[in-house]
Design a protein around this ligand. Structure first.
Ligand code: SF4
Length: 401
């Protein structure tokens, strides 16, 4: 988690008091004042470091005016408000991927999200469309848990252990490197998001006997369970251990082999938090993201992608109460957009996605002004061979909708 400009500890409110959410104190500051800036992309010119939020706003709006309709700014739901206000379209990774694939007349996509999303946009857009990530240090800790070499080794070990007796279909979550999307594309597999994971499981089981799912164990386990697969038929592959920490018999028995990866943001949500929310608000509806632990999803009333969470809360009756288990920027926006409902985050502590948070308006101003000056920076390019197979895997997913 990043250290944020938050309220002093003495004023930290009851975590599920919707009137005093601690993240309300996350006010915009110049880039140099961001406590975590030291670990962000450093080669941004010094003149951007101390610009005030108002100066940056003026520069970004001016740059947008120059670039016009040739520029499309995409904003993931987990971006902070001071970034999301510039987005032409907001969405989860699936919605933004769909949009990138169908965009016409756009020459540059500025992707306010994390690295794997910008890679996917580059794969899905025309080759002449330039994709820019404002801050190249905006990665995803979950995606980083699936190192491609570890995945290739696991694949060889698992297929050797099975000896041709069962066909394995590799399935990667959108939150993974382009090279892993290409890997699954070459092996009859596909990509999934939290919006369509059950459909991709159906696709895989129609073509094979087992699934190797990476990098998020929780999405894989929650999806398998929702489709009737018992927990003891879903084995956990610990990539730090020889043979993934599994015996050949365990590999043989498993219908789903889950990579031992997780999202640090969503893994924080717990059964205890849900119990506390219910104790305080007996009529509360609890909805969480499927990147949460299995126990947490089981204790919640419902689970789904960020798009589903938004749809559900927006459509709910006035006066209802909602405890949400997902990233705080989205929860705060939902609370703001639904003043007739009580909407709050399950987590007692400020908990934004620390890598999504690395997109700061200073990076947006820098990358847009560099583009106008004819010296674009932070382009995300996927090489042709990787692109070819990753596109196969992504298109298999997009045709399932
Ligand atoms: S919320 Fe979790 S999965 Fe999403 S980008 Fe952040 S670390 Fe990665």
């Amino acid at each position: 988690m990043v250290a944020l400009t938050a309220a002093p500890a003495t004023s930290t409110p009851d975590y599920n008091d919707p009137t005093t959410c601690p993240t309300d104190s996350l006010t915009p500051v110049p880039l140099v004042e961001e406590p975590a800036f030291v670990s962000w992309q450093q080669d941004i010119p010094g003149r951007y470091l101390e610009m005030t939020p108002d100066e940056l706003d003026e520069r970004i709006r001016s740059a947008r005016g120059v670039l016009g309709a040739k520029l499309s700014i995409l904003g993931h739901h987990y971006q902070r408000d001071e970034v999301i206000k510039y987005a032409d379209l907001t969405g989860d990774s699936f919605k933004l991927a769909q949009h990138a694939a169908s965009a016409e007349g756009v020459e540059t996509v500025l992707f306010c999200g994390v690295h794997f999303m910008a890679e996917s946009a580059d794969i899905l857009t025309r080759p002449d469309v330039r994709v820019i990530l404002p801050n190249m240090a905006a990665g995803c800790s979950m995606a980083d848990m699936a190192d491609p070499d570890d995945v290739y080794e696991a694949w060889d070990t698992i297929t050797e252990a099975l000896g041709g007796a069962a066909k394995v279909i590799p399935l990667t979550y959108m939150n993974s490197a382009a090279s892993l999307k290409a890997f699954v594309g070459e092996r009859d597999g596909l990509v999934c998001t939290s919006s369509n994971a059950p459909k991709t499981f159906d696709y895989a089981f129609a073509r094979g006997d087992k699934i190797l799912f990476f990098p998020d164990q929780h999405l894989g386990r929650n999806t398998g369970w929702s489709m009737g697969i018992p927990l003891d038929e879903m084995a956990l592959w610990n990539w730090r251990l020889p043979n993934g920490g599994l015996t050949d018999e365990q590999i043989d028995k498993a219908r789903v082999i889950l990579w031992q990866g997780h999202c640090s943001t969503h893994q924080r949500f717990s059964v205890e938090q849900i119990e506390q929310a219910r104790a305080k608000y007996p009529d509360v509806n609890v909805i969480v993201h499927p990147e949460c632990r299995w126990e947490t999803v089981q204790a919640a009333d419902d689970n789904g992608s960020t798009e589903k969470i938004i749809r559900t809360v927006t459509a709910a009756a006035a006066g209802t109460t909602w405890a949400i288990g997902t990233e705080i920027n989205l929860v705060n926006r939902l609370a703001h957009d639904n003043p007739d409902k009580r909407v709050f985050c399950l987590d007692p502590v400020v908990c934004p996605c620390s890598t999504m948070y690395r997109i700061h308006p200073a990076y947006i101003a820098w990358t847009l002004e560099s583009l106008i000056a004819g010296q674009p920076v932070n382009e995300v390019r996927v090489d042709a061979e990787t692109r070819k197979w990753a596109l196969v895997a992504l298109e298999r997913m997009l045709t399932l909708v």
